[in-house]
Design a protein around this ligand. Structure first.
Ligand code: ACO
Length: 304
């Protein structure tokens, strides 16, 4: 039994926060933020549940399905609305999906973990899985700390993965190195703490190695990839990985200039943006790759 992505959707809060808005009260500048990160604006607002429901509803509609056709909701998030129950429980209820639901937390690599997990669930007999990535990082970010406030934001994206005769999952790679926990974390009730330069260095290496393992498993190279969909944390990290993978920016999905880093939302938001813009044709190879706190990393090579 194989699996294919048959629908996609996105959700962003209405409130736009520009770099100029941070200039009003922080010792920062549009020039610093844009040149160091590529981010020009981001969205704040909503809850993880509300964004997940909107993105999920859009993905189900784009697949031409009804909510009751979905038999599993896998929700990747690091910002659940409550500790208990899982946010996916409320999301399944509000959407009206059937069957099962669960949350996954592998930080910003979580969405690719969720996709690969969903592929495995299809092997176990589930038929139509809604894979959502949703985060509201603004609520765990100190808005007076310029080193993190300008980076993290809110958003969600989703795809529908359906059982199919042809398997479109050609390669994947998941990993974690828990020794890196001290460089990026958020305690219960606290704010994000990050050693930016250390995360930067490790992120490039982790993303690159992981993407190469997924390509190798599929027996293809960066030249064969029609679209790279990387975690949207920093344009310079993406460019460094691109160069070494041999995938030009013209074949890379970028939304971070408008969204900032939305953690689990970032990869499905970038995919939905590229797909809605007609940048994907049936048969194209799409490479998802991400990294996050943990450190975690994850890649998947999928035929569109
Ligand atoms: N505005 C102006 N100056 C700033 C700002 C800001 N918003 N933030 C930091 N600075 C200052 C620093 O204080 C430092 O000043 P100093 O030289 O006087 O000490 C100077 O800018 C340079 O700081 P660096 O940290 O060296 O800047 P760098 O070029 O490394 O860029 C950045 C910082 C953008 C955070 C970068 O390191 C980065 O993107 N790292 C990766 C972060 C990342 O990807 N995080 C997401 C992980 S995924 C997840 O799980 C959430």
């Amino acid at each position: 039994m194989g699996a294919r992505i048959t629908g996609f959707g996105a959700a962003l809060p209405e409130r736009i926060v520009t770099n100029a808005d941070f200039e009003q009260y922080l010792d920062t500048s549009d020039e610093w933020i844009a040149s160091r990160t590529g981010i020009r604006e981001r969205r704040f607002g909503g809850t993880t549940t509300s964004l997940a429901v909107e993105a999920g509803r859009n993905a189900i509609a784009s697949a031409g399905l009804a909510p009751a056709d979905i038999d599993f909701v896998v929700l990747s998030t690091t910002t659940p609305d409550q500790t208990v129950p899982a946010t996916s429980a409320e999301v399944t209820y509000q959407l009206g999906t059937s069957g099962a639901g669960m949350d996954i937390n592998a930080a910003c690599a979580g969405y690719v973990y969720a996709l690969v997990t969903a592929r495995g669930l299809i092997e176990m007999g589930f038929h139509r899985i809604l894979v959502i990535g949703a985060d509201t990082l603004s609520k765990i970010t100190d808005q007076n700390d310029r080193s993190t406030a300008v980076l993290f934001a809110d958003g969600a994206g989703a795809v529908v993965l359906e059982a199919s005769d042809d398997d479109t999952f050609l390669g994947w790679d998941l990993g974690v190195d828990g020794s890196a926990r001290p460089i990026l974390y958020c305690d219960h009730g606290g704010y994000m703490y990050m050693e930016g330069q250390e995360v930067f260095k490790r992120a490039v290496r982790a993303m690159l190695d992981s993407a190469q393992r997924a390509l190798k498993q599929a027996g293809v190279s960066g030249d064969d990839v029609a679209l790279l969909v990387p975690h949207q944390a920093n344009l310079r990290i993406i460019q460094a990985a691109n160069d070494r993978l041999g995938i030009p920016m013209a074949r890379t999905a970028i939304v971070l200039d408008k969204t900032g880093n939305t953690s689990s939302g970032s990869i499905p938001l970038a995919l939905a943006d590229a797909a809605a813009a007609g940048r994907l044709s049936r048969g194209d190879l799409v490479l998802f790759t991400g990294f996050g706190a943990g450190m975690t990393w994850a890649s998947a090579l999928v035929r569109w």
